[in-house]
Design a binder for this molecule. Structure first.
Ligand code: FPP
Length: 241
């Protein structure tokens, strides 16, 4: 990473970076492997990317690992993704304790087997005091999240407002994403962070998720740093806020 970009990122230019991890299937097909092998490689790369972002000073990272729509995939592929999560969780506690990262699962956990829920909650509880956050969206959908947040606001007796809805989103512990990266050449949000993406910058790359690496993250950061963000204001007014 060029020093100029490194300094900007380390000094907080990107607080929250989110990833739509696309292209595991295409990567596998190109390698003559099964789709599940693609997800396995994708899971390894997810760990490397999350760690790299943490190391360069991005305090909040979110990955889209399984959407509310992914249940429509063949049973064998859904089971393989569940197994990947389960085996990942077996080693995750030690790793995140060492790295001082808090893990938060975004989405409705209640549909998972009790054993898996227990593992997810254990990881969340053990890491809850760390300030850097890795959000893992699993059984997550942006529309579902907004409905869930509204229901919680109503149940709490609070008024519906932007503040109260934001406070009840799964991502309540993180600021809105500054940068959303999607791999594999697709240019869609696919029900990801719909509320939080209001002023996010987008970065698309043709690189397939299993081929993502530090160099690609650096390119995304460099592109972000060239963007002018006015948040709806005129450039001069945006600078004052
Ligand atoms: C989309 O690519 C990818 C997914 C639906 C799954 C993403 C999951 C991982 C990267 C593993 C995460 C693992 C853990 C443990 C959290 P695709 O399969 O639709 O690719 P394609 O469009 O090329 O077929």
């Amino acid at each position: 990473m060029k020093d100029r970009i490194k300094e900007a990122v380390a000094s907080g230019a990107i607080q929250h970076m989110a990833f739509i991890m696309d292209g595991n299937g295409r990567w596998a097909t190109r390698q003559g492997k099964s789709r599940n092998e693609g997800h396995k490689k994708g899971a390894k790369v997810f760990e490397e990317v999350a760690e790299y972002c943490h190391n360069i000073g991005i305090h909040h990272v979110t990955v889209y690992a399984f959407s509310t729509e992914n249940w429509r995939r063949p049973e064998d592929e859904v089971s393989a993704l569940m197994r990947l999560l389960s085996s990942y969780l077996d080693t995750a506690i030690k790793r995140f304790r060492e790295k001082q990262i808090r893990v938060v699962f975004l989405g409705d956990k209640s549909v998972f087997p009790k054993k898996l829920i227990a593992k997810m909650e254990k990881l969340e509880t053990i890491t809850k005091d760390h300030t850097d956050i890795l959000n893992i969206a699993f059984n997550y959908g942006g529309r579902d999240e907004i409905v869930h947040a509204c229901r919680e606001v109503i149940a709490s007796g609070e008024e519906i407002s932007e503040e109260t809805i934001s406070k009840h989103l799964y991502t309540a512990a993180s600021p809105d994403p500054d940068l959303i990266v999607r791999t594999a050449g697709e240019m869609r949000l696919s029900n990801f962070l719909l509320w939080q993406a209001a002023y996010a910058e987008f970065y698309y790359t043709d690189t397939l998720w299993p081929d993502m690496n530090a160099e690609e993250i650096d390119k995304a950061c460099a592109a972000f740093l060239l963007r002018k963000r006015n948040f709806g204001a005129l450039p001069e007014e945006a600078k004052l806020n």
